[in-house]
Design a protein around this ligand. Structure first.
Ligand code: F6P
Length: 548
């Protein structure tokens, strides 16, 4: 039975519409139930997950739990952890959890334990990182490597970019740079201040065919060759890929190639050798803590009862907002400047996973699926788009993330202000401000009555806008691992409820195919006649602008 056909689904919708049952005024809900925060928050170690500002009741949560059971969430979770091929359109297991499994773990794929290989690659990454960090592995002229440039895109870029910035306080290795875009400006601007003698490139691509990555890698290879000669290339390149034959053809020596496996999805790959730039930046020990944090969250996800399970509850609430409430988007707002790339990372994780329109059985999905995910760090977002979150006509649930402590004890005052703002925003979204309160505030300030009448409606905040808050002590490697694994599992839970395959990404293919076909047209070696009139007109205009 599909989740949407389950009787609980109708009950959930009815419950939401039942004004007696479901709080429409969250201020009143908190007043009426002093236990509301305790009922709708969970902890795992020092990590607190609070969804009490969402308009749910105990009954809502129990109905959602029943939906999860109808969707066979526990069975699907077990299928994922045990290496079953749940990515049915690519006939692949989904085992990013194996990459951070404990030292005694055994994980079978096609009758073979994959853990010895996982550990061997991790050890090789550690040895290589140590050699680069200590200076025992140098560039071709004997100089120490001072800059590491990761060339990759999508999952081969966003995770390392996000995590390297997040872990800046632990960064004691060479400087890190990331080139992803096919736009020549990206590699040009990155290389302009670097020296070929002291730069190491990591070419990161699961398939080793992605046009952006291969084009940038070739440009980088030429840059090294021109400065230091062809024989220098080996000392300045390493690669991360599942396609070892293609890496060899590019000319990177086998001892500098770090493999991974088809059961690691690109957007789930930062725990694999794709994390090499993170490891070189922060060191193997911190990388191990990052993996250990993710493993802790895996264990929690695998074993905690459904309504005590943070990723499960986060997924259930996400599903409720998307399907039952019909909210089209969610905003992720880390009150942490070093999580500035978290929203971009989560966009790929969530939208490439759950932006699907057919079910596992190939039928058109009966409910909306993954929401639009976006965000920026607070407090910056407050001075940009929070206006819409507070007073716009769409309701967009917000996810706040914050650490109780910063890494700069001497700037504690900054951190206190940061936290006060984070808490204030979720409170403001929830409480809002009534017309009466707006009027009273203006009258107290001595504003003339006529002015009060005119301005007051503009100063009303509807309130009752849902948000969740994720709090932890410090954004250290272990905590970052826990938070990222939490989001991965939440995406899994929602995908299970939508009954879709969260692990393929056919939706990126069509554009890639058309770009390949259009290249000769843009270059002017083929006629645009086969394109539609708009595309042909745009190409003509490009040629005119270039005088071609
Ligand atoms: O275009 C989408 C995608 O396939 C992502 O899923 C992937 O993370 C990215 O491209 C990069 O792919 P690769 O690591 O094979 O270069």
């Amino acid at each position: 039975m599909a989740v949407t056909e389950a009787p609980f689904h109708a009950a959930l919708t009815a419950l939401r519409e039942d004004r007696e049952e479901t709080p429409t005024n969250m201020r009143e809900a908190f007043k009426a139930d002093p236990q509301r925060f305790a009922k709708f928050s969970l902890t795992d170690g020092d990590l607190l997950f609070d969804w009490s500002k969402c308009a749910v009741t105990t009954t809502t949560m129990h109905l959602l739990e029943k939906l999860a059971l109808v969707a066979k969430l526990p069975e699907r979770r077990e299928a994922m952890f045990s290496g079953q091929k749940i990515n049915i359109t690519e006939d692949r297991a989904v085992l990013h959890t194996a990459l951070r499994a404990g030292p005694d773990a055994k994980v079978m794929v096609d009758g073979k334990d994959v853990m010895p290989e996982v550990r061997a690659v991790l050890a090789a990454m550690g040895a290589f990182s140590d050699a680069i960090r200590s200076g025992t592995a140098t560039g071709a002229t004997g100089k120490r490597i001072t800059d590491v440039v990761n060339i990759g895109i999508g999952g081969s870029d966003l995770g390392p970019v996000m995590a390297t910035l997040a872990l800046a306080p632990y960064h004691d290795g060479p400087r890190s740079h990331f080139v992803s875009n096919i736009d020549g400006a990206h590699i040009h601007d990155t290389l302009k201040d670097l020296s070929p003698e002291t730069t190491l490139f990591i070419v990161a691509s699961k398939t080793f065919t992605t046009v952006e990555t291969m084009t940038n890698a070739e440009t980088a290879r030429k840059w090294v060759e021109q400065a230091l000669g062809r024989e220098a290339v080996g000392k300045h390149f390493a690669a991360v890929s599942t396609a070892l034959d293609k890496v060899a053809a590019f000319g990177i020596a086998p001892d500098r190639v770090f493999g991974f496996w088809d059961w690691v999805g690109g957007r789930y790959s930062l725990w694999s050798a794709i994390g090499l730039p993170i490891m070189i930046a922060v060191g193997p020990q911190h990388f191990a803590e990052f993996l250990a944090g993710a493993h802790e969250m895996d264990q929690h996800f695998a074993s905690a009862p459904l309504l005590k399970n943070i990723p499960v509850v986060m997924g259930l609430v996400g599903y409720y907002h998307r399907v039952v409430c019909g909210y089209p988007a969610r905003a992720v707002i880390p009150y942490d400047q070093r999580l500035a790339r978290l929203p971009a990372y989560l966009q790929q994780l969530d939208m490439e996973s759950n932006g699907k329109q057919v079910t596992l059985g190939g039928q058109k999905a009966a409910t909306p699926t993954g929401p639009l995910v976006w965000g920026e760090p607070g407090t910056n977002g407050q001075h940009a788009f929070f206006q819409l979150l507070h007073q716009g006509t769409d309701i967009i649930p917000v996810e706040f993330l914050a650490a109780a402590e910063g890494h700069e004890p001497e700037l504690k005052h900054h951190h206190d202000l940061l936290l006060a703002n984070c808490l204030a925003q979720s409170e403001a979204l929830m409480k809002g401000r009534t017309l009466e309160e707006a009027r009273r505030q203006m009258l107290t300030k001595g504003m003339p009555l006529e002015e009060v009448d005119r301005i007051a409606p503009h100063r009303v905040f509807p309130g009752n806008r849902p948000s969740i808050t994720i709090l932890y002590r410090l954004l250290d490697p272990r905590t970052l691992g826990r938070v990222i694994a939490l989001y991965e599992h939440r995406v899994f839970v929602e995908g299970t409820l939508y009954n879709i395959n969260s692990f393929d990404q056919w939706g990126v293919e069509l554009g890639k195919e058309l770009a390949t076909a259009l290249l000769p047209v843009v270059e002017g070696t083929e006629d645009a006649a086969r394109s539609d009139a708009s595309t042909a007109g745009l190409v003509r205009h490009i040629h005119q602008l270039r005088g071609e």
